[in-house]
Design a protein around this ligand. Sequence first.
Ligand code: NAP
Ligand code: ZN
Length: 339
Amino acid sequence: MRAIRLEGVGRLALREVETPVPGAGELLVRVGACGICGTDRHLLRGEFPAAPPVTLGHEFAGTVEAVGPGVAAFAPGMTVTGDPNIACGRCPECHRGRVHLCRNLRAIGIHRDGGFADYVLLPEGQAHRLPDGFDPVHGAFTEPLACCIHGMDIAAIRPGETVVVLGGGLIGLLVVQLARLAGATRIVLVTRSAEKRVLAERLGATETVDPATGSVEDLVAGVHGLLPGGADLVVEAAGVRDTVEQAPRLAARGGRVLLLGVLPQGEKVEIEPFDLLFREVRFLTSFVNPFTHARAAALIASGAIHVKPLVSRRIGFEEGVAAISNKAPGGEIRAIVVP
Ligand code: NAP
Ligand code: ZN
């Protein structure tokens, strides 16, 4: 079969490899689609450690081709999406139910072979069903949505609250939709690209703001102009220093900031603790997708979360290698590799 292999830092290639055979408790999934995430680009640049040689791809959906011994809940022909994050089940964090903080977390597409291939092995416990025949291109959004749902669980939006989302990439546009479903009445999305602002308004943002039109002070004044006193919740979904620094200043007294974006390791930001304390602004963080994959699959299957407008292009393996090796073009939300 064909597979996009990470062979070392900066080394990515389309290769012919043996089609794997499902072991006990494993499914062999024929990949229907696999999304290209910023993490794949970080892995190629060596900014996050992977375990090369390994097939990349952790946002995938497809059809069960075969099942290994002992698999009970799945059969060939079923449409599935894979939760890539495999917890060990034995460490103190796992025993406390915090599986995403597992000390031995291993991810499909990072530490073991992933979804940029014709087939991927999926442990039964990591598989979730989608309606049979469901478009795998849409199913490939389950993993990023599951990460956003964990963030929303932590942020605990109450109906009638106001929300600011910083960053109109895939994560920001999913958060906008989840905030709408949670009953937020005002959802302000801040992002530089006009295309993304238009998309955000289609997907539920009540207002959008271009941060590039002015200074930080202008942005703060602009958002406070829309939401006097600031937002109940500010979600940082850009993963850049500026937005992390802006976030607490956009939050209301007693409000909260949710950090979803990933800054490069070692990067520092300037936050004023005096301001956080006297306005009792809570800083929250959210990491990956503990026990949220099934809800994400249900939201996508039901159509309650719109993912079709988030598909920027469908590409083959060759183009996939090029797309992972280069920066995403401006305006692109997700490129999806379709074998
Ligand atoms: P992305 O496509 O890079 O989206 C980030 C967006 O932020 C960009 O599209 C950019 O759009 C916008 N942006 C950049 N600078 C900005 C600024 N100064 N003000 C406002 N917007 C700005 O990435 P993504 O896939 O949506 O992911 C977003 C972040 O979440 C990344 O850091 C990713 O690593 C992280 N993430 C975290 C988790 C988790 O578990 N916590 C899970 C998945 C992803 P414009 O060009 O329009 O400004
Ligand atoms: Zn563990």
